[in-house]
Design a protein around this ligand. Sequence first.
Ligand SMILES: Cc1cc2nc3c(=O)[nH]c(=O)nc-3n(C[C@H](O)[C@H](O)[C@H](O)COP(=O)(O)O)c2cc1C
Length: 276
Amino acid sequence: MFKLMFAPIEDYSDSALRTLCYNHGADLTFTEMTRVEGIIRNNKPTLQKLVCMDSTPVEIQLLASNEMQLEKYVSNFNYFEGFKGFNLNMCCPSKDIIKAGRGAGMVKRLTKAQNLVKIIKKFNYPVSIKLRLGANILEQNYKVYLRLIEETDADYFIVHAKHGLQSSDELSQDNEVYVECVESAKKNGKKVIANGGFDSSLKIKNVQKTKVAGVMIARSALNNPGIFNILKNDLGINDPNKKIPLSKELRKEYLDLTKKFDSPPKYKQNLFKWMR
Ligand SMILES: Cc1cc2nc3c(=O)[nH]c(=O)nc-3n(C[C@H](O)[C@H](O)[C@H](O)COP(=O)(O)O)c2cc1C
């Protein structure tokens, strides 16, 4: 079944917002990007990003590059209900992160990426990769992303179809890039999720022609966390009578969740700047 996922969003996608999106149709959610070195140092703000207060399906998104640190974390990981796997961030466009060969700078580092995936698999946890097409246009032209998709053993790949120097606001690539990603993943029986600019059922219907297995949505869900069921209704995935809440009902549900989960105030302040 075609999946709609709620994206990892730093300073927004805490447990309360993930649960809200799940309650309104998101099939899977992600924690915001969390640095492994911070986790193993028991850095408090870093550990806060990993808090999961209920059984909402979630993948933990990691920014990892050091094998020993990753192994130390994963070997001590406490499984909890709702945990669906780890997601390796190979998409962060921050200059410093790319310069350190991390985030979008990891896409071309095939051996390193393979090692990170292997470590997670060694402990029998599912692992996905969220990637950009490379750190820059040159890497994109060399199609480093296809090599990553074909030669790492992640369970599936989320493709944000831009390179690391492109801003999220730039117009999305045409859907051709998903066609080649799907073909590459298919060689190993793997699937691809498309990410970037999916704010209407029309755009999703278009990308479905490329045979991606789902889409991941970030900013449109900040505008309206109820978007998942709206889109599912339009796509004919849901019972068409599924109730769509009013914005004020969503706000109340979210506020109740933040109270119940004792969320740090910044998440609420940030979300209310986006919600329409
Ligand atoms: C404020 C903000 C924070 C983000 N934080 C993360 C993050 O922690 N990890 C990540 O993989 N992507 C992050 N992203 C990227 C989104 O997950 C997504 O790939 C991007 O916004 C494109 O999807 P969209 O067009 O649906 O917004 C962030 C995006 C925004 C706008």
